[in-house]
Design a protein around this ligand. Structure first.
Ligand SMILES: *[C@@H]1O[C@H](CO)[C@@H](O)[C@H](O)[C@H]1NC(C)=O
Ligand SMILES: *[C@@H]1O[C@H](CO)[C@@H](O)[C@H](O)[C@H]1NC(C)=O
Ligand SMILES: *[C@@H]1O[C@H](CO)[C@@H](O)[C@H](O)[C@H]1NC(C)=O
Ligand SMILES: *[C@@H]1O[C@H](CO)[C@@H](O)[C@H](O)[C@H]1NC(C)=O
Ligand SMILES: *[C@@H]1O[C@H](CO)[C@@H](O)[C@H](O)[C@H]1NC(C)=O
Ligand SMILES: *[C@@H]1O[C@H](CO)[C@@H](O)[C@H](O)[C@H]1NC(C)=O
Length: 915
């Protein structure tokens, strides 16, 4: 990497609401300021001479250039990563680090937020009214129950957990620390107070989880001892755990610490390193990802959570899970769900429900009701009516304050005039405060008063209660406060991918996640001073499940198997469908990876298949020819049948202007597979190579960048079931839009992007596009600039250029009226075909230069924006005629070449003495 990177973008929500005084504030130009440690950089050094000497040479040169205005954060002296993390004292110190000899790359130090489970319920103590002992549902899903019975429990395997530390005082985690204990070692890299960029780390030898709980939950999933209050069993409960603490109590760490922790875990001889940590990034070249991958390539298993950004759609992996040889792990929903039950005063089975607590929400606890049974009331003769109390209630309705009112929820649908909130408010006018609701498809927000709500799981129970009431009887319901929780099969989403689980692949089309494991509603250990147990959901939970499973494999097959862990689990995984509908397509592999792990299969099949995955790339780089090797490792002859099973093809850019978010549309458009053999017989110990030819589908528009994926199935006559997964894009990512020309209306602004945007208050309008050239007087805000990326881009640069500079714009200026529906395209800027190098175009000033930009910010808004660049050094930009120039690097493009960018220039913005 040759350029110095200062990533500077603002979400346009900020731009669009900006006023003129904040436009002068330089800090608002840098939205990544919350993601990077200002002035801190990780520098990788080449290893042409002695490693320590390289550090000294670099520091000497930096000292000459920066005149001592820097500190050294970390030195990495390792065959895996030779480098240094430095802190420049003032961000204005533009020392060109990349031009120092032997520098291979320079990257900002990123902050990592503490991983947050999607759902977390901390038990109040060893007896929790909301949680029944879960038993073994997750182990039944994966066959770990049977593997435990076979005697594999992870004995002799070392697992390093990089997280918030581990509360090793927990009795199920061994009750102590050091040799001889379950948590046998580790290190604390941060101390309680560390906050990147503000409070320096205070490392010590004790990795106790003092405040977060996350690492303790992860440790319990890997290795909690059986025989506890909640009847849970860690996947590899005889393994040795090592706790590497990288989060203190401040909810953030940084990637220079993560690299240090990974290198130390490797040096400590871990067989497996697991990290339920990540920062959204679709690139495999992030320094943390590179280090994780190099460790994995040396034969240490590295498992990392895929991320909880499913809502942001495809190409939204996270770092370091994005590392090439890392096992990125997605999350599968538990096959059971917990419900509370109520009893009615008429003969009927206990009725499952979930209560909304006004404070803790839907946390699974019993409905807090007085000891005496509550009488029910129904306003409707028709239990299936969705219009109960949809209008104001008349005088015939009695005072409802003593009742729990049972009714069917109104339907949320377009054009609907009655909502659940209206029903509750109308009933509330008669004094009702307590409600029993069935068929609700949303969580009501009521401001008028605080309703107490019980959601019935099954419509039939609601219908039954309404009918009984309408017979004229007094019916009461009772809510036991203990022992009323039940485990009910989760027939809707159990065993399917969790919707929050992040989608891959990476920008270079690596299969991410690689695999999935149970991660929804997982009971595990928690801080001993805060309840000791918790139920949590997220890829933070599925990832340690994978790590524990790898330990079972290593114990069963020996340490030499470690480097094949990913392919062993991929070839024996179970593909999941999109839904429980019998006609549902198999889920795209960009969501599930090879499928849900089946640990029993992985340890017990008698056949070895490699590789575990075939990467097809996109059509501009399509790899059609592959080989797979099948080996009969058993003692008996086996005959194999080979077949192709495609999964749903994901349209990642359905309109060809914008990468989709969740849900990702799937269509039936499979690749064509030709196999050199579809049937073969292998003697014990024999192996065979099958050649595979894969061609992209024809019945789908390549401009939608269809993500094709699926499996080649290998079925053995002795019952072995294996597969090889494949993934690719049936279109050219380079040829697709990078700068989006999609109507921006769905995201807020009432006009098209990209566009220069007049400052707020200009001409009395809120915000609207700048149409044609406009002059501004100095000292007042000038137009800002907003745009949307159609897909991720490895480098996005916004410059201010002289209005007469010739540029080859690939995206023409949109001539728009003040409504999104009346725009049309004008021819682009004058074309100058001579510009070859990116840096050949003369600029007035660089406004923003970002690496690895994503197409959306965490499912929220895809709009990027920058302000007009007033200088911050007490001088003002000279009078003149300017334009914004936006350049976004196309996928697989060369950052040095102008031709590899998608380019847009705005209308002219003049800065004049008098407008
Ligand atoms: C404009 O921004 C300044 C600085 O952020 C703020 O103090 C002021 O209240 C803002 N004015 C308006 C009208 O929003
Ligand atoms: C605990 O789990 C075991 C399986 O390991 C199961 O047989 C047993 O019934 C469970 N006990 C309770 C109380 O759920
Ligand atoms: C796809 O091709 C591009 C361009 O050659 C390359 O950079 C990338 O690594 C390839 N991806 C895979 C998975 O082979
Ligand atoms: C299970 O997870 C769901 C959300 O995924 C949550 O609503 C529910 O309360 C959880 N159950 C328990 C017992 O934590
Ligand atoms: C802006 O000012 C410049 C210089 O005074 C002038 O040439 C140009 O015509 C003006 N543009 C508009 C749109 O008024
Ligand atoms: C202020 O900053 C601009 C842009 O970096 C630069 O061109 C100009 O020379 C600076 N002015 C002074 C007085 O330093």
């Amino acid at each position: 990497m040759r350029h110095f990177v200062a990533a500077t973008f603002v979400a346009a929500s900020a731009v669009l609401g900006a006023n003129s005084s904040s436009a002068h504030d330089a800090s608002v130009q840098n939205p990544f300021i919350r993601d990077v440690v200002p002035g801190a950089f990780i520098v990788e050094l080449g290893s042409t001479s002695g490693k320590r000497a390289l550090h000294d040479e670099f520091l000497g040169e930096l000292d000459r250039r920066a005149a001592g205005k820097f500190t050294t954060r970390k030195k990495y002296i390792s065959p895996i990563f030779n480098g240094i993390a430095v802190q420049l004292k003032t961000p204005e110190d533009i020392v060109d680090l990349a031009s120092i000899p032997n520098v291979v790359s320079v990257r900002p130090v990123f902050k990592y937020p503490a991983p947050e489970p999607v759902h977390l319920h901390v038990a109040p103590g060893p007896v929790d009214t909301a949680v029944v002992p879960y038993g073994q549902s997750v182990h039944t899903m994966t066959g770990v129950d049977k593997v435990h019975t076979q005697g594999f429990t992870g004995k002799g395997v070392k697992i390093g957990i990089i997280d918030s530390g581990v509360d090793y005082m927990h009795s199920s985690l061994g009750g102590g620390f050091g040799p001889g204990f379950k948590v046998a070692g580790g290190y604390d890299f941060v101390g309680d107070e560390y906050y990147p960029g503000q409070i320096p780390p205070q490392p010590d030898d004790d990795p106790l989880d003092t405040c977060a709980g996350h690492g303790t939950h992860v440790a319990g999933i890997v290795g909690a001892n059986p025989g506890n209050e909640y009847n849970i069993t860690g996947v590899a409960y005889d393994a040795n755990l090592y706790a590497y603490r990288v989060f203190g109590c401040t909810d953030a760490t940084s990637d220079d610490i993560l690299i240090e922790a990974m290198l130390r875990a490797y040096d400590d001889g871990m067989d497996i390193i697991t990290m339920s940590i990540g920062r959204s990034s679709a690139w495999s070249d992030e320094p943390v990802s590179v280090v994780a991958s190099r460790i994995a390539a040396l034969g240490t298993v590295v498992t990392i959570s895929a991320g909880n950004e499913g809502r942001s759609g495809p190409f939204f992996t996270s770092a370091p899970a994005s590392g090439k040889d890392v096992i990125a792990v997605g999350s599968v929903e538990n096959t059971v769900r917990m419900y509370q039950t109520l009893t009615a005063s008429v003969d009927h089975a206990p009725i499952p429900y979930l209560a909304i607590d006004p404070i803790s929400g839907l946390d699974g606890a019993p409905f807090e009701a007085p000891e005496t049974p509550l009488p029910i009331y129904s306003l409707s003769m028709d239990p299936l009516s969705r219009a109960t109390a949809c209008s104001e209630l008349g005088d015939d309705v009695p005072d409802l304050s003593g009742y729990i009112v049972v009714f069917r929820s109104a339907e949320y649908s377009p054009g609907s005039t009655c909502f659940l909130e209206d029903q509750i408010v109308n009933l509330g006018s008669k004094g009702a405060r307590t409600f029993m609701i069935y068929d609700a498809d949303g969580y009501p927000f009521v401001w008028e008063f605080e309703p107490h709500i019980v959601f019935l799981r099954d419509r039939d129970d609601g219908v039954f209660l309404v009918n009984e009431f309408n017979k004229g009887r007094t019916i009461t319901v009772s809510f036991a406060q203990h022992g009323s929780a039940v485990e009910i099969p989760n027939s809707e989403t159990g065993g399917l991918m969790s919707s929050y689980s992040s989608f891959g692949p990476t920008q270079d089309l690596l299969l991410k996640p690689a695999l999935s494991a149970p991660g929804g509603n997982i009971t595990s250990t928690w801080l001993t001073n805060a309840g000791s147990w918790a139920v949590a959901s997220g890829t933070s939970m599925s990832n340690p499940y994978m790590a524990g499973s790898a330990a079972l494999l290593i114990q069963a097959r020996g340490k030499a198997i470690a480097k094949n862990t990913r392919s062993v689990f991929q070839t024996t995984a179970v593909g999941l469908p999109v839904s429980r509908n019998s006609k549902a397509l198999p889920q795209t592999l960009s969501h599930q990876g090879a499928g849900m792990i089946n640990v029993f299969n992985a340890l017990n099949v008698k056949t070895e298949v490699s590789p575990g995955e075939l990467l097809l790339n996109d059509t501009a780089h399509w790899k059609s020819q592959h080989r797979i090797v099948i080996k009969n490792a058993g003692k008996r002859k086996q005959t194999y049948l080979l077949s192709h099973q495609p999964s749903g093809t994901a349209l990642t850019m359905p309109t060809s202007h914008l990468t989709t978010t969740y849900p990702v549309p799937l269509v039936n458009a499979p690749v064509t597979v030709r196999l050199s053999q579809t049937r073969l017989t292998l003697a014990p110990g024999a192996s065979a190579t099958v050649t595979v030819n894969i061609t992209p589908p024809k019945n789908v528009d390549p401009k939608t960048l269809p993500l094709v994926s699926g499996w080649l199935r290998i079925a053995g006559s002795l019952g072995d079931r294996l597969q090889v997964s494949y993934l690719g894009v049936a279109g050219s990512m380079y040829d697709a839009e990078t700068i989006s020309t999609e109507n921006a209306g769905q995201f807020g602004p009432s006009f098209n992007l990209p566009s220069a945007i007049l400052p707020q208050g200009f001409d009395d309008f809120e915000d609207f596009p700048q149409i044609g050239p406009v002059n501004f007087t100095r000292g007042r805000a000038a137009s800002s600039f907003s745009f949307i990326l159609a897909q991720n881009s490895a480098r996005v640069v916004v410059d201010l250029i002289d209005a007469n500079t010739k540029v080859h714009a690939t995206v023409p200026i949109l001539n728009q009226k003040r409504s999104i529906w009346s725009g049309w395209w004008l021819p682009g800027m004058p074309i100058d075909k001579t510009g070859g190098d990116f840096d050949d175009i003369p600029i007035v000033t660089r406004i923003a230069d970002g690496t690895n930009a994503l197409h959306i910010f965490s499912g929220i808004s895809p709009i990027y924006g920058v302000y007009f660049p007033y200088y911050v050094n007490d001088t003002d930009i000279p009078y003149g005629q300017y334009r914004y120039l936006l350049r976004a690097l196309r996928p697989f493009g060369n950052a040095q070449l102008e031709k590899d960018y998608d380019v847009y220039v705005t209308d002219t913005i003049g800065i004049v003495e008098d407008a």
